[in-house]
Ligand binder design. Structure first.
Ligand code: NDP
Length: 375
């Protein structure tokens, strides 16, 4: 492996592309699926910083966040991230390109990039404040990008980056699990049949954990095929009762939210460092509605109150978040090439069918991932 953090011994920068526009699906305002617009005149991405790379997109992946962002979710908060000094006028994010996963080929590297060179096959999870993968090209920081698993096609690879980076951040960085300490840990994955769930089951099994999953009855075969040890159907009677009958857990990963918080922490082993990590949080909704300062105050107050309340009962309460990380994807790539994690591709759409792909994600009931082939 090349060292990701070593400086560039040799700089790679092809001559700037002569292209100034590209094909992309964009939105010009927030709304329902009708705001999606195909264009051949989207601005070609530009390298602004020496650590950036331009990727020619072969496949893009969709996530529930794309549907939410299309409707304006996170708009105020992401605008602050894109334009911290508030120089641009409101709406300057448009035309906005969605699509949080990308698999493709490096086309151009900034002068400081030593870890990649043009022609490398790569994958990445695209942070929500950056232009997405539903386009011919995308520009990202090299530290967000990773060499894609050699054993996967672009279409299969693109099922993984965003859910992998999210699960990694939640399970490893927030939950404290890793390949050395996971053996025989009991983990409960609430919502095991979607993108994050299907990845998390496989990651935890590859590390020797014991995995219990909740899902609909018709997803049981899928989650068992990925390695789930115990499966609990949440559609037939109160799921919490069935879970309470099981041995307690070291970690709960919550991909469902809502009412789950009311009972899920009681399923943890008390006074043993056990953690509940939820991915369904009011974080962006608060900062959207209250502004950055007040929203962050509300977030801090909410998390502190809940964490303290549960700490007195001997368990830890945490919010989990997606975090872009090329180095986490490097590790995932190795596990995938070792045959221990397989992408779960539910449905593949062509580049002309992006509205249908988005509609599929919006309908929910995912059984793995929805992807779009671009090149
Ligand atoms: P998906 O849409 O891919 O999967 C959700 C899955 O949950 C579906 O398979 C659905 O199937 C199942 N499900 C729905 N209700 C329940 C329930 N009550 N119990 C068990 N399973 C249920 O979503 P992702 O996996 O991509 O994401 C999961 C959640 O995490 C989403 O809410 C997403 O917004 C959030 N998220 C948050 C991030 C963050 O940074 N905080 C990052 C990434 C995701 P069915 O309805 O048929 O049962």
């Amino acid at each position: 492996r090349l060292n990701r953090h070593a400086g560039s011994a040799k700089t790679f920068s092809t001559s700037p592309s002569h292209q100034s526009v590209m094909q992309a699906w964009v939105i010009d305002k927030y709304g329902d699926n009708s705001v999606l617009r195909f264009t051949k005149n989207a601005a070609f991405p530009v390298i602004h910083y020496p650590n950036e790379v331009i990727i020619k997109v072969h496949a893009a992946g969709l996530n529930p966040l794309d549907v939410n962002m299309r409707g304006g979710y996170g708009a105020a908060t992401l605008a602050m991230k894109r334009d911290p000094l508030n120089i641009n006028k409101s709406g300057s994010e448009f035309p906005l390109i969605l699509g949080r996963d990308v698999s493709g080929v490096i086309m151009e590297c900034g002068l400081d990039v030593g870890y990649f060179k043009p022609g490398d096959e790569v994958w990445a999870a695209i942070p929500p404040w950056k232009q997405g993968g539903l386009a011919e090209f995308v520009v990202l920081s090299a530290n967000e990008v990773s060499h894609k698993p050699k054993s996967l096609s672009h279409t299969d690879a693109v099922c993984l980056p965003y859910v992998a980076a999210t699960a990694w951040s939640a399970l490893v960085n927030t939950g404290g699990l890793n390949k050395d300490n996971c053996s025989n840990k009991r983990v409960l994955v609430l919502g095991g049949s979607g993108g994050v769930g299907t990845f998390s089951i496989q990651l935890l099994k590859s590390w020797g954990g014991h995995v219990t999953v909740t899902c609909s009855q018709n997803a049981e075969r899928l989650v068992r095929s990925l390695g789930a040890d115990d499966v609990v159907d949440y559609t037939s009677g109160p799921v919490e009762r069935k879970l309470q009958a099981l041995e307690k857990f070291d970690l709960v990963l919550d991909n469902v939210g809502g009412e789950t918080e009311k009972w899920a922490l009681e399923l943890l082993k008390p006074w043993s460092g056990a953690k509940y990590v939820t991915l369904v949080t009011p974080f962006l909704r608060n900062t959207d509605q209250l502004g950055l300062a007040d929203g962050m105050m509300r977030n801090a107050a909410t998390i502190a109150t809940k964490a303290l309340k549960h700490l007195t009962k001997g368990v830890h309460y945490r919010w989990g978040f997606f975090a872009p990380s090329g180095s986490a994807l490097d590790d995932v790539s190795e596990i995938v090439d070792a045959g221990k994690i397989h992408p779960v591709l539910e449905e593949k759409f062509s580049f002309s069918q992006v509205p249908q792909a988005m509609q599929k994600v919006e309908q929910g009931h995912a059984r793995g991932k929805t992807v779009v082939t671009v090149a």
